[in-house]
Design a protein around this ligand. Sequence first.
Ligand code: PLP
Length: 371
Amino acid sequence: MTFTLEPLSPPLRLLLGPGPSEVAPEVLEALSRPLIGHLDPAFLKLMDGIMEGLRVLFRTRNRLTLPISGTGSAGMETAISNLVEADDRVVVAICGYFGARMAEMCRRRGAKIVTVEAPWGGPVDPADVVRAVAAGPTKAVCIVHAETSTGVLQPLEGIADAVHEAGGFLIADTVTSLGGVPLDVDATGIDAAYSGSQKCLSAPPGASPFTISERAMEAVRTRRTPVPFWYLDLTLLNRYFDAGDRVYHHTAPISNFYALHEAIRLALDEGLEARWRRHAAAGAALAEGAAALGLDLLVDPRWRLGVLTTIKVPAGVDEKEIRRRLLAEEGIEIAGGLGPLAGKVWRVGLMGHGARIENVERLLAALRRLL
Ligand code: PLP
């Protein structure tokens, strides 16, 4: 049997879905730089830079702040599989697809799960989470800060204090918030947070920014049972990433880390607050432009996430067909709804390099024509 492949030639797209997002030319260029070894002093220095840059972006002093090799779900698995053990009572806030994924991972770890749920399109009431924590000995609260399935920014007030008082830990999914939405890990009292490289950081998927407090790491070190995943065991990863030791654990995805390095460098050059403002301005322009087209948004302005907007599909409009034509005729990618929102909303991401007014205008002009 003979088989040949055509030379690689991906189409040019404007990525305005929930991720991956548009990538800056400097980041794309970084992917083509020559490889070096994963224990080369130059690579270890690059890792140190990534770790320090991530501390700035997460607003944390946590020493163990690193990119996990894998996508955002690997970060989620790392946080949960290191901190949650069988029979631990874990409170999981669910108001969308990714909260449900956190619950599923906790279930697979054998945790006793207490869910606090709210309808898709709004946040979970933090007071309900606090009440659930108070109702029993709680090892962890799992919560999504920016729910990409609905476009809701989750308020976190009071949750860290409640779970800390119970002796437990706050695990926050910041996949869609890091670098795009105000986030301050230390001031909020988050014990472990993970993110994705392909959202507001605008790097390719494959590295999950991760941070964990020293208090939470102490709990990992004193677990009753070994971390179930050798690959994601933070005590082992710590020895590879920590400056004092640097023992081989796995071969870091070199080119991916190059790209992440450049994406972080660009974010730091822009300045975190300026970056948050740019994202907010792009999201506001989309909300305004959608209203001018007679389109309704799913989420109340109080909780609305500028980096991910859910637009209700007007009655009589074929949701999938509009997306198909946007891609085929305009080269623009947006996404449809997940779970109960399937067929009912479009999800538009204005993240990282893509969070620009000219992209909003291009999308609105295309929607005006197609609708
Ligand atoms: N959590 C949230 C809020 C997400 O939006 C996503 C992906 O979209 C994930 C987790 C999972 O990340 P990944 O698809 O990179 O594994």
